[in-house]
Ligand binder design. Structure first.
Ligand SMILES: NC(=O)c1ccc[n+]([C@@H]2O[C@H](COP(=O)([O-])OP(=O)(O)OC[C@H]3O[C@@H](n4cnc5c(N)ncnc54)[C@H](OP(=O)(O)O)[C@@H]3O)[C@@H](O)[C@H]2O)c1
Length: 507
């Protein structure tokens, strides 16, 4: 996390250039960085996918997708000069002679030298052949070779890998091995856009730049922690993908994003903000995540699937009626889980994670519930007292709220919960940058802090795999079990109720 380290010249090669993620997130993020002057002067993008486009056709396609993003004509024109396209099938080795030649041409035209970021923005079944073809075509030439002319700053080739990263522990480990056969771990950037979100990064600042929070951030003071990621939309046009082997809320959200948020929330203070030190502490949390036994699964995990419902004026069709979805699908569009992190700091503190589609409100939120006071002085109101809470709104309405008890004005000792709030937009008079812009900037600068290490991914899979195995072997009869537009199945409420707790539904 070295903010002093400026980005150096480089070329970004995006495999999957005509796809949704590239148009919707990657190019807009790069444009945003360009407009802010945060890209190196010598920078270019080469998009690769199979569909044939000329450079101009590709630029037009990108522009048409979101004209409002590129509304500043001058800015767009000068940015578009850096945008190039190559038609090719990256799963075919023979396509790489042309790709390699095109890379050299663009690099020469823009003076980007040998520094290259390869970005895999394509379906996961294409990751392995593309990585192996990059290796076989000798497109990772220098890496960290010590005999470079300038030893201080040797050229580099990095790779960014999108999610899903495997679909179980074995496939994730295999993909890691494939990557390691071509790239050093220091050049592998496993992206998770949740880690690019301002409030997730702010968690580290909240904890480690203040003295008032860290002393109470442990089992002595915290009763439990809730992490929620809810969406209002259903699967929309992505039914076939979501109903496939890498879909479902547990794989798509909990295993990847929510466990990352948990790790940042739970890690010990790192000795520095260097990527290695931060990731070392996160890895310890991943290793300490309790892996449930198969038999424990029904006690600690809930699977949900939405049926038809209503959100405001909008009718949402049942998941099983969505195009591309198996009408008898067992896929979890909702998952809730109780987890434990077996460390000195967190022993016995439950972490409740939940994520769902077609829910009442879109929100990603972390809520820390504190224990009651050791002695209840305000006895007459004891039953009304709410736990002290720290609520971290990761998105939207980014900010942090602290809820505590205060005295109601007037005679008598009446107590009521009150809030102190830090609202990101109000405070900084700005919207937080998109997570992709932050992460692309870090990758170009060579900062891996906000990217996942292979151990994090493999441990995260191990932590959820027993649940996935149990669900696969035990189809659930009551699906769909929640109506679209609600907060999920009753069983998820029971999961907390049996511990005498309840979900904090974002307001
Ligand atoms: N979309 C999102 O919001 C989102 C969010 C988070 C993560 N992701 C991840 O990002 C990746 C891309 O998702 P997406 O939604 O952009 O997928 P997509 O819309 O299906 O795009 C896939 C891209 O890959 C290209 N492609 C397919 N086969 C190829 C081949 N053999 N050689 C070269 N290019 C090939 C396709 O273009 P041609 O058909 O022209 O080759 C297309 O440009 C996936 O791993 C996804 O899980 C997506």
């Amino acid at each position: 996390m070295d903010s002093q380290n400026p980005p150096r010249q480089c070329l970004m090669v995006i495999f999957g250039a005509s796809g949704d993620l590239t148009k919707r997130k990657l190019i807009p993020a790069l444009f945003d960085l360009y407009a802010r002057g945060q890209l190196p002067e010598k920078f270019a993008i080469l998009g690769v996918s199979r569909t044939a486009f000329t450079d101009n056709e590709y630029r037009q396609k990108v522009h048409e997708f979101s004209p409002q993003t590129y509304a500043d004509k001058e800015q767009w024109k000068s940015f578009a000069d850096h945008l190039h396209y190559h038609a090719g099938d990256s799963t075919k080795l023979e396509a790489f002679a042309g790709i390699k030649q095109h890379i050299s041409q663009v690099a020469e035209a823009h003076g980007t030298g040998e520094n290259v970021v390869y970005y895999l923005s394509m379906a996961p079944q294409f990751f392995e052949p593309t990585i192996l073809n990059i290796g076989a075509s000798e497109m990772v030439t220098e890496g960290r070779r010590y005999c470079s002319i300038n030893r201080e700053k040797p050229p580099w080739q990095r790779i960014v890998v999108e999610k899903p990263f495997g679909s179980d522990p074995a496939s994730a480990a295999h993909l890691n091995d494939v990557l390691a056969s071509v790239f050093d771990e220091e050049e592998i950037y496993r992206i998770d856009h949740y880690l690019g979100k301002e409030l997730v990064q702010n968690l580290m600042v909240l904890r480690f730049a203040n003295t008032i929070f860290e002393p109470i951030w442990n089992r002595s003071y915290l009763d439990h922690v809730q992490i929620t990621a809810s969406e209002t939309v259903g699967v929309e046009s992505r039914g076939a993908y979501y109903d496939g082997p890498t879909g479902g809320a547990m794989r798509d959200m909990v295993q990847s994003h929510l466990l990352q948020v948990l790790a940042v929330m739970a890690m010990e203070p790192p000795v520095s903000l260097d990527a290695e030190d931060v990731r070392t502490e996160k890895i310890k949390i991943f290793k300490a995540m309790r892996v449930p036994s198969y038999d424990e699964v029904p006690e600690l995990a809930v699977r949900g699937q939405y049926g038809a419902g209503q959100l405001g004026d909008q009718a949402i069709e049942s998941y099983r009626e969505t195009q591309g979805v198996n009408p008898q699908s067992q896929t979890d569009t909702y998952t809730a889980m109780r987890m434990f992190v077996d460390t000195w700091r967190w022993g016995g503190v439950p972490f409740y994670l939940r994520s769902g589609k077609a829910m009442t409100k879109k929100s990603t939120q972390i809520v820390l519930y504190f224990k009651p006071t050791p002695h209840v002085l305000f006895r007459q109101l004891a039953h009304q007292h709410k736990a002290n809470q720290i609520v971290i709104n990761v998105q939207p309405d980014e900010g942090i709220r602290i809820r505590f008890e205060g005295k109601v004005p007037g005679h008598g000792m009446h107590v009521k919960d009150v809030e102190m709030e830090f609202d990101y937009e109000q405070q900084w008079n700005a919207k937080p940058p998109d997570g992709y812009a932050t992460l692309l900037y870090d990758c170009i600068r060579g900062d891996q802090t906000l990217f996942k290490h292979r151990d994090e991914i493999e441990c995260a899979w191990k932590a959820v795999q027993p649940v996935l195995d149990y669900w696969k072997a035990n189809p659930q009869e009551d699906l769909p079990n929640y109506a679209a537009g609600t907060w999920g199945p009753e069983a998820a409420d029971s999961l907390l109720a049996q511990d005498n707790r309840y979900w904090h539904n974002p307001e």
